[in-house]
Design a protein around this ligand. Structure first.
Ligand SMILES: *[C@@H]1O[C@H](CO)[C@@H](O)[C@H](O)[C@H]1NC(C)=O
Ligand SMILES: *[C@@H]1O[C@H](CO)[C@@H](O)[C@H](O)[C@H]1NC(C)=O
Ligand SMILES: *[C@@H]1O[C@H](CO)[C@@H](O)[C@H](O)[C@H]1NC(C)=O
Ligand SMILES: *[C@@H]1O[C@H](CO)[C@@H](O)[C@H](O)[C@H]1NC(C)=O
Length: 416
């Protein structure tokens, strides 16, 4: 019998003292699935084991063992548990029984004859074989470790931002679950600045009939929003060639002169450009069943002079209140977005005051059109995350006050 106790999986580093924006609970049902998966991986590795030829000398007798194969093995499912010493999971395996066949030879020939020698040989050879098999199981555990590290402490999400997932406190071990609080904050890769708001606490209801319970705070979404805002990605320059050709309204002083008469008088027949930007970080708030998003933006208008100089003419504030819903359909996350309120007001003007009511109607139509396009994209849905070794099944998702709740089982395939 081989006795093997293995391997600390130091998955996380810990940043203590902050409220976690992501909470993850692995229930007893989930832990059993992880153990079962680990057993499958170790079994596969053992099946692939190639034992080298073992040669040695004992009491002046030279021997060779060759062509050894594992014909049978038997081990209990490994223990997986939390270790406060390594801030991670500990996987241990003990009581591995292995039966081997192989050929052996000595220069003495028929040594079976001498039972006492055989006994000595057995102990000696057993320890040699243990030396060969243990590294192999270590190896299996190591490749397991790589697969369990599905969560990186920091994941680069796109060229703009990364998602940081260190533990915000040591895991909380209960009778029927292990609960992990993760930082769950998006950072701009450029500035790596913390948002000017803090993660509020929330309490995730754990459902033990699922392997996994997860809660994502609205703070996570808002830190992503802040990362976009601070890195200057929430702005755009709009010119006439970007307005769809079917639109009767063009971005020039003649067309806009219908809403702002002094434009065409002061700057006859010139093109215009608009600088559109978020005035502050757009903030999400998660409510039971829906998400609200307040978008405070500004539109700065310029006339393009014939020598290409941009002359500022006015600035508008456009405030939109949007709301969205999110649900699961099989393996896809679906969502829709709608406009609840929109208002346009004049913030400053280089060409004197003018009324914004007609422009507001026009801008509202533009926002509606943009939302139609966004909703067409959202209707295609996003796939739930999966890896080559694991797939989420029986998942449910709901929006709650301050956070999104997600419950799921997982299916593992132990192919390495
Ligand atoms: C996890 O981090 C490692 C090292 O930083 C990186 O090589 C790997 O691509 C990351 N994996 C994912 C899924 O982001
Ligand atoms: C409008 O902007 C686009 C993209 O920045 C640019 O390619 C195009 O030349 C601009 N058109 C005019 C008329 O300035
Ligand atoms: C461009 O034309 C405008 C209007 O005629 C004028 O005020 C401005 O000084 C000119 N700028 C340059 C750099 O020539
Ligand atoms: C829409 O916004 C305006 C201006 O901010 C506000 O006065 C009004 O109460 C809002 N309407 C709704 C339904 O929220």
């Amino acid at each position: 019998m081989l006795l093997i106790a293995l391997s600390s999986l130091a998955l996380f580093s810990c940043v203590c003292g902050e409220n976690p924006a992501v909470q993850l609970a692995l229930t007893d049902k989930g832990l059993q699935a992880v153990r079962h998966f680990a057993a499958g991986v170790i079994q596969e590795k053992l099946e692939q084991v190639e034992l080298p030829k073992v040669e040695g000398r004992i009491m002046g007798i030279h021997y060779t063992l060759s062509g050894m194969k594992i014909t049978q093995y038997d081990f209990p499912e490994p223990e997986v548990h939390f270790s406060p010493f390594v801030s991670g999971l500990v996987l241990s395996l003990s009581g591995l029984n292995v039966a081997l066949t192989g050929d052996w030879a000595t220069h003495l020939g028929a040594i079976w004859v001498f039972q006492w020698l055989v006994n000595i040989f057995q102990d000696h050879i057993r320890s040699r074989i243990q030396k060969e098999i243990c590294p192999c199981v270590e190896d299996a555990i190591q490749s397991l470790e790589q697969h369990l590290q599905a969560i990186n402490v920091s994941v680069e999400v796109n060229p703009v931002m990364s998602l940081e997932l260190p533990l915000s406190a040591p895991p909380d071990v209960h009778d029927d679950s292990i609960n992990f609080g993760l930082k769950g904050e998006f950072y701009s890769l450029e500035s790596h600045t913390d948002p000017p708001f803090v993660a509020p606490p929330f309490s995730l209801p754990i459902q033990t009939e699922y392997m996994l319970s997860m809660g994502v705070s609205e703070y996570s979404a808002n830190s992503a929003s802040f990362a976009y805002y601070i890195s200057g990605h929430l702005q755009a320059l709009v010119n006439d060639s970007m307005i769809p050709s079917f639109s009767p309204i063009r971005l020039n002083t003649r067309s806009m002169g219908r809403f702002i008469p002094q434009l065409q008088q002061k700057f006859p027949d010139l093109l215009m450009v608009l600088q559109v930007y978020a005035r502050q970080t757009p903030l999400f708030s998660f409510e039971p069943g829906f998400v609200k998003l307040d978008l405070l933006s500004a539109i700065k208008a310029f006339v393009v002079q014939s020598n290409s100089t941009l002359t500022p003419v006015f600035k508008l504030h456009a405030d939109s209140a949007l709301s969205g819903k999110m649900w699961l359909d099989g393996k896809k996350v679906l969502s829709t977005l709608k406009m609840d309120n929109f208002s346009l007001s004049l913030a400053s003007s280089e060409i004197g005051p003018f009324k914004t009511a007609a422009l507001e109607g026009l801008a509202k139509m533009g926002v509606s059109k943009a939302l139609d396009m966004i909703n067409k994209k959202l209707a295609q849905g996003f796939d739930l995350p999966h890896t080559t070794n694991a797939q989420l099944v029986n998942s449910v998702l709901s929006l709650e006050k301050g956070f999104m709740a997600f419950f799921s089982d997982a299916k593992f395939h132990s192919t390495l």
